[in-house]
Design a protein around this ligand. Structure first.
Ligand SMILES: Cc1cc2nc3c(=O)[nH]c(=O)nc-3n(C[C@H](O)[C@H](O)[C@H](O)COP(=O)(O)O)c2cc1C
Length: 332
């Protein structure tokens, strides 16, 4: 089926293809309701039960418009967002580019989203039975000194509609955001977020797990230090990685576009970050692996290496929904 749909989507510019996908998935969900996670190898982390280890990465359904539609692909979890306190339009278009020859994407969306209030209203009493994560960020106009207020605000608003919250300090498209993930500064965000977490519950009325999503562009030493800092806290998982600013080994004409690179060119870097994190955290904190997972075999490799869960974005665009069911079956 996807072999028929893909050429039609790829004939559109990438953002129009994305918007059409969201509209179609939203319609499908509205007509047919939410689907169940496809049974697979179940995983328990952070007090949450995942029916299978395959999740939808943040950024595809930023405003939680199509959770029911995406749930029909069988994901064990779906992460929506990144959402910010106030709606914002993001960077000027065009802001997403296919690197078809490299099986990659470059995006510089810049946290375009409709704001946390609308997201919360869409997710209220949502029937999705898989694990639902809400990924939170800061508004572009909020200075880094006050970024923590944005994270605490979004967490407090979204807690009641989420199973877990992800603190995104790794997007390359919001100026200065990655500075917040410096080993010296990350606890200035995480400690207050964890204090706020203690006064709310999640959508099941239970303790709200907090995950932290990191970039792939640290030196090994710097990543080690950030992980050491996080290991001293009560966060529940680390998600590695977001998109990369590096441009190694690309051939596609779009390689010079500014923004974060995802897909196949990220595979080995993301795997390296996973193994480094597993080593640094030594089972203290689970690691969720994302970045360049383009095949069921790559899912297996991440899980066999020790990832608790995996997430997929760009692979879905290139390989289609069969990747998700294939990966769930392969990792049984
Ligand atoms: C177009 C696009 C938009 C994204 N937006 C977000 C976002 O809003 N928040 C976030 O945490 N990650 C975002 N990501 C990063 C993905 O969640 C993922 O970490 C990254 O793309 C690597 O995985 P992949 O190679 O499977 O795409 C985005 C990725 C893409 C391609």
């Amino acid at each position: 089926m996807y072999s028929f749909v893909k050429p039609l989507l790829f004939a559109l510019d990438p953002e129009s293809a994305h918007d059409l996908t969201i509209a179609s998935m939203a319609r499908w969900g509205a007509l047919c309701g939410a689907g169940q996670p496809k049974p697979g190898r179940s995983v328990e982390i952070a007090g949450l039960r995942f029916e299978n280890p395959i999740g939808l990465a943040a950024g595809l359904d930023k405003d939680a418009e199509a959770v029911s539609g995406f749930s029909k692909l069988g994901f064990g979890h779906i992460e929506v967002g990144t959402v910010t306190p106030k709606a914002q339009s993001g960077n000027v278009k065009p802001r997403v580019f296919r690197l078809t020859e490299d099986q990659g994407l470059i995006n510089r969306f810049g946290f375009n989203n409709q704001g946390v209030d609308l997201l919360v209203s869409r997710l209220k009493d949502h029937p999705y039975q898989g694990v639902l994560g809400v990924n939170i960020g800061k508004n572009k106009e909020t200075p880094n000194e006050r970024a923590v207020d944005d994270y605490v605000y979004c967490l407090t608003k979204a807690a009641a509609v989420a199973d877990y919250i992800t603190v995104n300090v790794s997007s390359p498209n919001t100026p200065g955001l990655r500075d917040l993930a410096d080993a010296q500064r990350i606890l200035e965000i995480i400690d207050p977020v964890l204090i706020a977490r203690d006064s709310v519950t999640n959508r099941k009325g239970q303790r709200l797990p907090v995950f932290v999503k990191l970039a792939p562009d640290f030196s090994d030493d710097d990543l080690q230090q950030v992980l050491n800092a996080l290991a001293q806290t009560a966060i529940d998982a680390v998600i590695l990685t977001n998109t990369t600013l590096t441009r190694d080994g690309l051939t596609d004409v779009n390689q010079g576009e500014a923004g974060g690179l995802s897909g196949a060119p990220l595979t080995e870097r993301s795997f390296h970050c996973l193994t480094l994190a597993l080593d640094a955290l030594r089972n203290q904190i689970p690691v969720i692996s994302v970045g360049g997972i383009m095949s069921p075999e790559e899912c297996q490799r991440r899980l066999q290496a020790g990832a608790a869960l995996v997430q997929i974005y760009t692979g879905l665009i290139y390989a289609g929904p069969g990747l998700i069911s294939g990966a769930i079956d392969a990792t049984r």
